[in-house]
Design a protein around this ligand. Structure first.
Ligand code: ADP
Length: 482
């Protein structure tokens, strides 16, 4: 199987979010299962070129954009055993401090930047050879399937390529005003509500969904939810129409980084067969937080971007009740200013039970996963979610809203102790508090708690499993049945 992944970001080269983890890990996992994988990225200035042995490939070409030709160079590197990584270099577009936006807002020419990147990726494939499968990620690469079909005569070498469009978060679609249409070099007839038009604007992701051979997203539940008006962000109709070729494949977790048996950031290693070290990790976390180091007080953890998506209005609404339940609460996150202010206030008001760290801190994230008893994710929506999967691995019982990937990975069963966590459905403070109360009841019953913890620690959310599902889908696509 010959696969090209096209992504706007990938670890270890450039990262703003979870997409980079997927685009970095999936090629390696696919390669381990025998696929030949190439990865195409923009050559941003933030990439540590020297450290990652990136070299000039010698490939040069020009890319049609509007009524001009823009020059591109191609750099290359290698990861894993033999995954080739190609970087499209065009300083005019990618030599900037950030990937997509500055603290003041999005770059004004993002439409042009990613039209260029998508066309350049296709020019590159004409030169280095067509893959069987072209896997595109998010709106920044969504025009690739559009150009392949709507400008097919420009890419005669790529006629047999099959495409998969993966949506990592439908909240981001790449919507631009119609005056940018000239950048796409396509006839106006494609600017219609069944293809690229969206309320009189151009919608890149919609184009990718319509023109790709299949669409996928990052959990089975999210693949269902985005077909509804509530979670479809206006694209539910398109997704309903393409539902026979819409798939949900859960992201994997990198257990080389997230494993309590080997984690270098935590106070003591532990495993499913000997969990005693977790007590020491809890004590260590309590110390970091300045909490009384009491073993039997439950510690509740949160690690998150502080954004509306993550359900912090629910958390704020139940904070007084939570403190009344005699727990310790630690939050690590950065994001919207209103949430920074909110959590600072809560910390002031409950200085003994609430500790808030408003920064990005990977080491502390590991300490919280290992040291907390419960992990809270009351998300309004959650395409996949990683922290609940880390929590399961660390024997930290998740309390989640049953949405997207949280619904796929966390089960609450009756009788208690048979599942691996606690869930609520209705988006309300009462429902959230109810799930936490059930979790705290279970916490007071050591035998039941032990079973929950062990169930969570047994789950396999490795990339190997995800890659197998992608390969199955790629095979079906190749055979024309995707
Ligand atoms: P999303 O991609 O929507 O932000 P995910 O749960 O899929 O949510 O992934 C978030 C990732 O970012 C996780 O690995 C999480 O641990 C990490 N993370 C988020 N905020 C912080 C922070 N302030 N410090 C350290 N890690 C963080």
């Amino acid at each position: 199987m010959d696969i090209v992944e096209i992504s706007p970001e990938a670890v270890p080269f450039a990262k703003t979010g979870g997409l980079a983890d997927v685009a970095g890990s999936l090629p390696l996992a696919l390669e381990k299962q025998g696929a030949q994988v190439r990865l195409v990225l923009p050559a941003y200035s933030v990439i540590p070129y020297d450290r990652l042995s990136v070299e000039d490939s010698g490939i040069r070409f020009s890319v049609p954009i509007s009524d001009r030709q823009e020059p591109a160079e191609v750099l290359q590197a290698r990861v894993g055993q033999g995954v080739q990584v190609f970087f499209i270099k065009a300083d005019r577009y990618f030599r900037r401090e950030y990937l997509y936006s500055t603290p003041e807002g999005d770059y004004g020419d993002n439409a042009e930047r990613f039209v260029f990147f998508s066309r350049a990726a296709l020019e590159l494939l004409r030169r280095i050879g067509a893959p069987e499968i072209l896997h595109c990620h998010d709106w920044q690469t969504a025009l690739v399937p559009v150009f392949l079909k709507a400008s097919a005569s420009s890419y005669p070498e790529l006629g047999s390529v099959r495409t998969l469009m993966t949506i990592h978060n439908l909240g981001y679609q790449g919507v631009f005003w119609h005056l940018d249409w000239h950048l796409l070099s396509l006839p106006w007839e494609y600017f219609n509500p069944r293809q690229l038009e969206f309320y009189e604007k151009i919608n890149f992701l919609k184009g990718g969904m319509v023109f790709a051979d299949a669409i996928s997203t990052v959990s089975k539940k999210y693949a269902e939810e985005i077909r509804t008006a509530e979670q479809g962000f206006g694209l539910e109709g398109v997704l309903q129409e393409h539902s026979s070729s819409l798939y949900g494949i859960l992201n994997g977790v990198d257990y080389a980084d997230w494993n309590p048996e080997t984690d270098p950031f935590i106070a003591r290693h532990y495993s499913k067969s000997d969990i005693s070290g977790k007590k020491e990790c809890k004590r260590d976390l309590q110390q970091v937080c300045g909490f009384p180091e009491t073993a039997d007080v439950p510690v509740l953890g949160v690690i998150s971007r502080l954004a509306d998506q993550k359900g912090f209005d629910l958390l704020a609404a139940i904070m007084e009740d939570l403190m009344g339940l005699g727990v310790q609460f630690v939050l690590l996150g950065t994001g919207e200013k209103k949430y920074h202010e909110l959590f600072e206030q809560l910390q002031k008001r409950h200085s003994r039970g609430v500790r808030v760290f408003l920064r990005f801190d990977n080491a502390l994230a590991h300490k919280i996963e290992a040291g907390a008893d419960l992990f809270l994710m009351p998300s309004r929506y959650e395409p996949c979610g990683l922290n609940q999967m880390y929590s399961l691995k660390y024997g930290t019982v998740p309390v989640v809203r049953a949405t997207g990937g949280l619904d796929d990975t966390v089960q609450e069963l009756d009788p208690p102790g048979i599942g691996n966590g606690f869930r609520f459905s209705e988006y309300s403070p009462q429902a959230f508090l109810g799930a936490i109360r059930r979790a705290l009841d279970a916490y007071r019953r050591p035998e039941q708690w032990g079973r929950l913890v062990a169930n969570g620690m047994s789950a396999d959310h490795s990339w190997e499993r995800s890659a197998r599902e992608y390969l199955d889908l790629f095979r079906r696509l190749r055979e024309g049945s995707g």
